[in-house]
Design a protein around this ligand. Structure first.
Ligand SMILES: [Zn+2]
Length: 124
């Protein structure tokens, strides 16, 4: 998949998920630039409404499509996750907030994986 096709696929899913107020940046990087064991990752800044999606090189088109859906779904979860974490600032001790954040990220990952599989199934 060319970088242009990848960007078009990200735009397609951004629009489908109604993330119109987010700016997406797409970067294809070498595997060693990603977190250990990850094929992709994303960095989303809620205040700037900017998400940078990082994709490891050398994946077939079907895997790439699943990765795009997956990372766009994480962006879709950003408002919920960050709003919840911000609402606890000053009310919960730092350690409790860290535990809450870890649990939120874990549950988000499980939800994103389920939705990714469902979207892949219905778009075959
Ligand atoms: Zn994920």
């Amino acid at each position: 998949m060319t970088n242009r096709t990848l960007s078009q696929l990200v735009t397609y899913w951004r629009n489908l998920l109604q993330l119109h107020d987010w700016n997406f940046l797409v970067k294809v990087v070498s595997e060693d630039e990603l977190p250990e064991g990850a094929e992709t990752c994303c960095s989303a800044q809620l205040d700037a409404k900017t998400a940078t999606l990082f994709f490891g090189a050398n994946h077939d088109d079907e895997a790439r499509k699943a990765q795009v859906i997956h990372e766009c779904l994480h962006v879709a979860c950003t408002d919920l996750r960050e709003s919840l974490l911000r609402s606890t600032r000053g009310y919960l001790p730092h350690g409790v907030r860290n535990t809450l954040k870890c649990e939120l990220l874990h549950q988000e990952e499980m939800l994103v994986l389920r939705l990714e599989r469902a979207f892949m199934e219905v778009t075959q």
